[in-house]
Design a protein around this ligand. Structure first.
Ligand code: LLP
Length: 452
């Protein structure tokens, strides 16, 4: 559906970016009519296209998808079919990844400050899937794995001391929390090999949303990884299988931003890595899913505020956190106005929805002044009941959704060619309150026991 619409409009089989205007307004509006609002929509064909573009740019690399960007089972299964592996950050992500994998050989678990229960879970998973790779970012995580009897495939996450990315909160490469400082890495690798671990790789992630103008940071960081890999291959009893340089490939969120030149990034990565007897591994998340998803939402209220027109929609910072958390800009379209304009175009020369374009501040229903999607953005004047689309919502959209204000999370649908299906049902207020009711019931039962 929307995929076909997107191709017709973009005129290219697999464009580097799908813009919000490339989605078909009638198809999207029909989804709200069928599944309600707010609603996450994910187009699996666009996920495949993004995966194939990555594969073409990095033909010799192993590609792992960072599950945290969008953990929907349909996404993971689609990517496995495309030959892409899965990188997980928690037991929950591991559970999802293994459900989509045959052997676990294509699954990496990156243990970031792992809770004991995650490690326990990981070890159980490894017993069933011995080809799983565990990536650790601290010496004592290695001890904790050894305490649990783990001597499987081990990758060391290093902290290269260089960060890049769209916001300081996602510039992981220099953040103290992640990885063992590069200066200490060789020693830790040798020690792990001595202790009988199967040391297979090194890993680092410079940050998320890296843009073309940060390519020098990317080069410098990858070159440090290349140096470490060469030293590792000299010092270790067996060569490293892979050097994982993480994800981070940025996507354009503003209409005037150009897509990343992926070929240039791939060339820079190979050059900076240099000659290493190990496979290059990359683990993008956002690049694979961002423009494959939109968030659909409905206008609840429109009012003249003091300096702007305030438009209240039924999605908020609990539905899509990125604008509130990172001041992230997402494209927004009024689908109802666009459909009116398209209908008017068929009867006249110029598309005209009959709506004036005015500056609007689009806000959610959460009781926080930071619950704002855009400030003074020029859009066709919104009316109550209009359906809006928020673009690039496929990455870190639903994954960061939460229940603040006791607000249920939205439903998700996936689109695959002509097929549309509900992928995750909408939560209800009953879902939001159930855990507390269950706990009360349990404690009522046990206090009854005590009284007996
Ligand atoms: N690998 C590791 C170890 C990571 O920590 C991440 C992202 C990735 C891969 C994938 O990065 P990507 O290719 O998606 O940039 N919530 C933030 C993004 C946080 C990313 C954290 N780590 C956002 O919405 O911008």
């Amino acid at each position: 559906m929307s995929d076909t619409g997107a191709r017709e409009r973009s005129g290219r089989a697999n464009p580097a970016v799908r813009r919000l205007e490339d989605w078909n307004e009638d198809d999207l509006s029909a989804l709200v009519a069928d599944y309600g609002s707010p609603l996450y929509v994910l187009d699996l064909e666009r996920v495949r296209e993004n995966a194939r573009r990555l594969g073409a740019a990095f033909p010799d690399a192993e590609i792992l998808y960072a599950v945290k960007a969008n953990a929907l089972g349909d996404v993971l299964e689609t990517l496995r079919e495309e030959g892409i592996g899965l990188e997980c950050a928690s037991a929950g992500e591991l559970e999802r990844a293994l459900a989509a994998s045959d052997s676990g050989a294509d699954v990496h678990y990156t243990a970031v400050n792992p809770p004991a229960s995650d490690l326990d879970w990981g070890i159980d998973a490894w017993e069933e899937y011995p080809d799983l790779t565990v990536t650790v970012g601290a010496e004592d995580t290695i001890d904790r794995l050894a305490d649990r009897g783990y001597d499987g495939r081990l990758c060391l996450r290093v902290n290269p001391g260089i960060g890049a990315g769209h916001h300081e909160k996602v510039q992981t490469g220099a953040n103290a929390k992640f990885g063992v400082p590069t200066e200490r890495a060789l020693e830790v690798l040798e020690d792990a090999a001595d202790r009988g671990f199967d040391v297979v790789g090194i890993h680092a992630h410079v940050g998320s949303g890296v843009s073309s103008d940060q390519l020098d940071d990317h080069r410098e960081f990858v070159s440090r990884m290349g140096d470490l890999a060469r030293d590792g291959n000299e010092a270790l009893p067996t060569d490293l299988e892979f050097v994982d340089v993480g994800g981070g490939f940025g996507v354009p969120y503003r209409d005037d931003e150009e897509p990343l030149d992926l070929e240039a990034v791939a060339d820079a990565t190979r050059d900076a890595l240099g000659d290493v007897d190990a496979t290059l591994t990359v683990e993008p998340g956002r690049y694979v899913v961002a423009d494959a998803g939109v968030l659909l939402t409905t206008v609840n209220t429109v009012k003249d505020a003091r300096d702007t027109t305030a438009v209240g929609i039924d999605a908020g910072m609990t539905t899509l956190l990125r604008p509130a958390m990172y001041d992230a800009s997402h494209p927004i379209r009024n689908l109802t106005a666009d459909a009116d304009a398209a209908a008017a175009t068929s009867s006249s020369e110029t598309p005209d929805s009959g709506r004036e374009t005015i500056e609007q501040t689009i806000t959610g229903p959460i009781c926080e002044s930071g619950d704002v999607f855009c400030t003074d953005r020029k859009l066709p004047a919104s009316e109550r009941g209009d359906v809006l689309a928020i673009g690039n919502a496929g990455a870190y959209g639903y994954e960061m959704a939460n229940q603040y204000n006791s607000r249920p999370r939205p439903a998700s649908v996936v689109v695959d060619g002509d097929e549309v299906r509900l992928a995750r049902r909408r939560e209800t207020v009953d879902d939001v309150t159930r855990l507390e009711r269950d706990a009360r019931r349990t404690s009522d039962d046990s206090s009854g026991d005590l009284a007996e």
